[in-house]
Design a protein around this ligand. Structure first.
Ligand code: IFM
Length: 489
């Protein structure tokens, strides 16, 4: 990306656009090394912003398959990502999660690193194939790993958000149809029941699923993710079973671990129309139906959006009596993952096609940096859902092609990205949305699914050859913010 592509920043206080046509100017303005108080510049949150309050949780997120490695240790069973990544052509450079960040062996040092940065929250996931055998019995060694990890986090006063399913479905369940098989939803409820009995009292918040859109659409609709099936009819059925799994799990979590919060994590997308034409406006609406309402409507309104089938005629899933009641049981929180917007126009039929805007700032993923999308989605959800639960931003961040130079990683764009997205969260809160926390993605570089290790999302750099962790400038910035916040409270 040429430096001039970073053209405007949003002033944290006024929301106004601040012109800057030079990345190094941004770097000077934002680097914690250029000022004693990095947040004392005009882009800092206003003094009365809730982001300064300790009650607004600030943390980092990871996921089991992306960091743990140790895929054959202590009785862990194969999962669909072991199979998928071992299939030639599915993952960039043939990368797999076999070793990843070796977190299974280095977790203590990684938690010390999290603590050292002053992060207050940690969102992690449990690997289902590590903790339960094929007969549904607990795998004690796998469970002990999470027991130790969570005990340490609790001892250190870190607030824990634990996701039960971040895509590592046991392969033996996929062999029986995976999320196309209704029975998988019941197996998931058994797993949630076991975990919440075993780990009761050591988790602050349980999230059933991470990003069911990705599991259903990328896994079964277009095949870009494991298990690699490509049929829209499969996607709608898989989505229904995923949401049913969520709905069946919540009562077990409530019964076994009443003090914790229960919720789900959805990735959401901002769709904007390429023109004022009614057809393009409709296309943007349909984009958001497919990305957001497909998941949020059944959860929060107890019904699938009617226009979903306009996009995918003939793909109605099999829904049994009572399923939507199960799915729409009240939540304590909704996790929102946001990364970018998609600009669309009508495809001339019933759908939309992407029209990528030119001259905009992008990340290593090619995703457009569009903080306003986060604010607009949050305020839109508040308007659309009467019973919207409190929100945590459970993921937000960006990939960049980071390298260690002289012991440092100068990921200036990430600092700017985080700052602008926090500003968007601040604006949503000012507009009345109940947002209670923010987890950046990710604590460290990790296995980025179909993109393997090439795409780096961490605020900590990982050298995969040596497993050396290097704190990036963005981590120093986050740390300085937290330190300053602590000093002010
Ligand atoms: O790395 C992923 C994560 O597992 C789920 N949400 C999006 C991230 C970046 O693509």
């Amino acid at each position: 990306m040429p430096p001039s592509a970073v053209a405007r920043l949003t002033d944290f206080r006024t929301g106004a656009s601040v012109a800057t046509d030079d990345l190094s100017a941004v770097s000077d303005a934002l680097s914690p090394h250029s000022r004693s108080h990095p947040l004392a510049d005009p882009l800092a949150p206003p003094a009365d912003s809730p982001l300064w309050r300790k009650s607004f949780l600030l943390g980092a997120a990871t996921a089991s398959y992306q960091i743990e490695g140790a895929v054959n240790e202590d009785g862990r069973l194969p999962c669909i990502w072991d199979t998928f990544s071992a299939t030639p052509g599915k993952v960039l450079a043939g990368d797999t999660g076999a070793v990843a960040c070796d977190h299974y062996h280095r977790w203590e040092a990684d938690i010390d690193m999290l603590m050292g940065l002053g992060l207050e929250g940690y969102r992690l996931s449990i690997a289902w194939p590590r903790v339960m055998d094929e007969a549904g019995q607990p795998n004690r060694k796998g469970l002990d790993f999470y027991r130790r990890l969570l005990a340490r986090l609790k001892e250190k006063g870190i607030t824990t958000f634990v996701t039960l399913y971040h895509w590592d479905l046991p392969q033996h369940l996929e062999d029986r149809g995976g999320w196309l098989n209704r029975d998988t939803a019941y197996r998931f409820a058994d797993y949630a029941d076991l975990m919440s009995r075993e780990l009761a009292g050591s988790v602050d918040a349980w999230a059933t699923l991470n990003e069911p859109w990705c599991s259903a659409y990328l896994g079964y609709g277009n095949g870009h993710h494991a298990p690699g099936l490509a049929n829209p009819r499969f996607a709608t059925q898989a989505m229904h079973h995923l949401l049913l799994a969520h709905g069946l799990a919540v009562p077990a979590l409530r019964a076994n671990d009443p003090a914790s919060q229960k919720g789900i994590v959805a990735n959401v997308g901002r769709g904007t129309a390429n023109s004022e034409r009614a057809a393009d406006q409709r296309a943007a609406h349909l984009f958001e139906v497919q990305h957001n309402a497909w998941i949020l409507d059944p959860l929060l309104k107890g019904a699938y959006p009617g226009d979903l089938l306009e996009l995918w005629p003939g793909t109605e899933p099999l829904v049994l009596e009572g399923d939507l009641r199960t799915i729409s049981a009240p939540l304590d929180f909704l996790g929102i993952n946001y990364y970018f917007r998609t600009n669309v126009e009508s495809d001339g039929a019933h759908g939309f096609r992407e029209v990528p805007p030119e001259g905009v700032e992008r990340t290593q993923m090619g995703w457009e940096v569009y903080p306003d999308g986060l604010r607009d989605l949050l305020t839109g959800f508040k308007a659309a859902y009467r019973n919207l639960p409190p929100i945590y931003i459970t993921e937000n961040g960006m990939a960049s092609d980071d390298t260690v130079i002289g012991g440092h990683v100068d990921d200036t764009q990430r600092i700017s990205f985080l700052r602008r997205h926090l500003a968007a969260v601040d604006q949503a809160i000012q507009a009345g949305v109940d947002v209670r926390g923010y987890f950046l993605w990710s604590l460290m570089d990790n296995f980025e699914w179909a993109f393997g290790y090439e795409r780096r999302f961490g605020i900590v750099h990982v050298d995969y050859a040596t497993q050396k962790r290097t704190i990036k400038r963005s981590a120093e910035w986050v740390s300085a913010f937290l330190k300053e916040r602590k000093a002010r409270s």
